[in-house]
Design a protein around this ligand. Structure first.
Ligand SMILES: Cc1cc2nc3c(=O)[nH]c(=O)nc-3n(C[C@H](O)[C@H](O)[C@H](O)COP(=O)(O)O)c2cc1C
Length: 236
């Protein structure tokens, strides 16, 4: 593995700034590519029928020129499509009019409908100064009911931290919104060296297994909470 400063051979839209190498925080479960998600017990029955598919909204969490986020999101959305159980809608915040004033716009209305239709979310986010990007916070803050009693998972990337500090901040934000964050996170540390020019991780099998594990958790929570909301609207 190379250092954080490497930006070669990446599928980024442009060269990306990086921070100095930071040791991974003790206690995280990050392995080579991702968390120690196991396929066993993942709950995804490939090729099986079952309940109506869950609507999974994947949010591209960075908006800057030259961002990497769409690459990670496209990889993850492809992983979702390999499995039964989900319909996927990829939301790109770039170019959306989501004012810091939290005033409503045509874009907030349209985005709100897409979020409201979701049974589950996956936020794809980098780490900016040990947290997550400001446009992502604005997108979250514009809405409330749309998040309530729904599961949220994370795909994250960065230097040595793999973006995990952004995820820990987001867990608190989503708890305030009565959303349920799932345990497993897909985390790519030193991410510029982890993806080929085709946008697929070099260790695709391992990353795919990690995705499967997280999707199993989203499926369980998504179905359970969808059923529960249908029986008894969540009152907060
Ligand atoms: C404003 C800013 C702050 C950053 N801070 C961190 C950081 O705290 N930790 C980290 O691992 N990488 C950090 N980076 C490097 C990012 O991981 C890297 O630029 C990544 O490509 C950002 O995601 P994006 O390309 O989707 O915007 C930072 C990048 C930017 C632009």
């Amino acid at each position: 593995m190379t250092s954080d400063n490497a930006t070669t051979a990446t599928p980024t839209e442009a060269a990306t700034p990086t921070e100095a190498a930071t040791p991974t925080e003790a206690g995280t479960t990050t392995t080579g590519t991702a968390t120690t998600a196991t396929a066993a017990g993942h709950g995804i029955a490939d090729g099986a029928g079952g309940d109506a598919p869950l609507r999974l909204v994947v949010i591209i969490g960075s908006t800057r020129t030259g961002r990497f986020s769409p690459v990670a999101a496209a990889w993850f959305a492809d992983e979702v499509r390999k499995h039964h159980g989900f319909d996927v809608d990829v939301v790109d915040l770039q170019g959306m009019d989501l004012p810091d004033s939290l005033d409503g716009t045509a874009d907030t209305e349209a985005l709100g409908l897409r979020l409201a239709a979701a049974d589950a979310f996956v936020v794809v986010t980098p780490e900016y100064n040990h947290s997550y990007p400001a446009p992502l916070k604005a997108a979250i803050d514009h809405f409330h009911a749309e998040w309530l009693a729904k599961p949220v998972g994370f795909v994250t990337y960065g230097g040595m931290s793999g973006g995990l500090r952004a995820v820990e901040h987001l867990r608190g934000v989503f708890a305030e919104l009565h959303a349920v964050t799932v345990r497993d996170t897909i985390s790519f540390y030193n991410y510029p060296n982890r993806f080929g020019d085709d946008g697929v991780p070099h260790d695709a099998a391992s990353a795919g297994e990690a995705a499967k594990g997280m999707l199993g958790q989203l499926l369980w929570w998504g179905r359970a909470l969808r059923d529960a909301r249908a029986v008894r609207p969540y009152g907060g």
